[in-house]
Design a protein around this ligand. Structure first.
Ligand code: AQP
Length: 317
């Protein structure tokens, strides 16, 4: 007898061009699990409003993220790919969850504190972001959530929100588990801090050769050791040990940061060029058609779950 596949949910914010930190921290796992799991992927545009106020950019980055996901290999025939704002149940459930958690509980969020410390506006949306993300996950009876290490706490928040709801209103939501690739952890940006769309320190996933060169040449290196750690941390995403040894244990390369960076540029270009070509063949119309179809499928699942939630909290008359 065929057993039902487990549900996998994950999302990416269209808050800027996607970068290699997004890819190796999370998107690669989306691809690796398309067969094994029943996958639901979302471009979470309402999350992006916490940091992005320019409607033209919201539009551009949303369309761009959809194309990026299709170009890396997300297959709409295998997985649901949808736009968060098209499924209003997400913001509706987020409100109900907001009413179950306390301000001190949300104040523990590392991501919120980091972003505010980095100078991002401490708006209420950014503060309650974990409950919108919890709603994203819980609406689809999710078993696992592939995320980067930076988002581990957000999946814990989703788990706790599910438990609080189940406790208050009887069993309704599954408690999801995070799925994190151990040896990737957090991909550093060109400044050595977490690579982040909103920090201006990224290597874009669909960068041109010129953009790759500019980003790599700007990677901060310190002269204290023989190995430029920030360059190495990115290089090890692309090469196995023997490939790394050829560069980092090669006496003619040792200490020659420019040569090492040039090798990284070539390896990045080899990785990015075929995806860039595939992406160039995806039209806006095709991306919109695919996201429309996916959003309808997601809406049907979310609507069924929200009908149950409305009834349990007492608002269904
Ligand atoms: N530097 C990173 N290393 C590893 N994983 C990362 N992720 C993001 N940056 C890194 C993972 O990518 C997935 C999608 O991220 P997101 O766009 O939803 O949110 P984020 O983590 O906030 O990504 P950014 O780039 O830092 O965006 P902004 O600047 O808008 O906040 C997530 O699973 C994340 O873990």
């Amino acid at each position: 007898m065929e057993t039902a596949k487990k549900r996998l949910f994950s999302g990416v914010q269209p808050s800027g061009p996607l970068h290699i930190g997004n890819y190796f921290g999370a998107l690669k796992q989306w691809l690796d699990h398309q067969e094994e799991y029943d996958c639901v992927f979302s471009v979470v545009d309402y999350h992006a409003l916490t940091s992005l106020k320019d409607p033209k950019l919201v539009h551009e980055y949303t369309l761009s993220a959809i194309k990026d996901l299709l170009a890396i290999g997300i297959d709409p025939n295998k997985s649901i790919l949808f736009q968060q704002s098209r499924v209003s149940e997400h913001t509706e459930l987020a409100w109900i969850l907001d009413c179950l958690v306390t301000v001190p509980f949300l104040e523990l969020s590392h991501a919120y504190k980091d972003k505010v410390a980095k100078g991002l506006e401490a708006n209420a949306g950014l503060f309650t972001y974990p409950m919108l993300m919890a709603a994203d996950i819980l609406l689809y009876d999710t078993d696992v959530v592939p995320v980067g290490e930076d988002q581990r706490q957000h999946v814990e928040y989703a788990r706790e929100a599910a438990a609080k709801f189940n406790n208050a209103y009887t069993q309704t939501f599954k408690e999801p588990k995070e799925m994190i690739v151990k040896n990737v952890a957090i991909v550093p940006g060109t400044d050595g801090k977490k690579m982040s769309k909103s920090y201006g320190n990224t290597i874009p996933l669909f960068a041109t050769k010129e953009e790759i060169t500019k980003a790599v040449m700007s990677i901060v290196t310190d002269s204290s050791g023989e190995r430029p750690e920030n360059v190495f941390a990115i290089h090890k995403l692309f090469l196995d040990q023997s490939g790394l040894d050829k560069i980092y244990s090669n006496p003619t390369m040792r200490g020659k940061y420019k040569l090492i960076k040039e090798a990284l540029i070539e390896d990045l270009e080899k990785f990015i060029a075929p995806m860039r070509e595939k992406r160039a063949n995806i039209s806006d119309e095709e991306a919109v058609r695919i996201i429309n179809e996916g959003s309808e499928k997601a809406k049907a699942l979310a609507a069924a779950k929200m009908a149950e939630v409305r009834s349990k909290v007492g608002v269904a008359l």
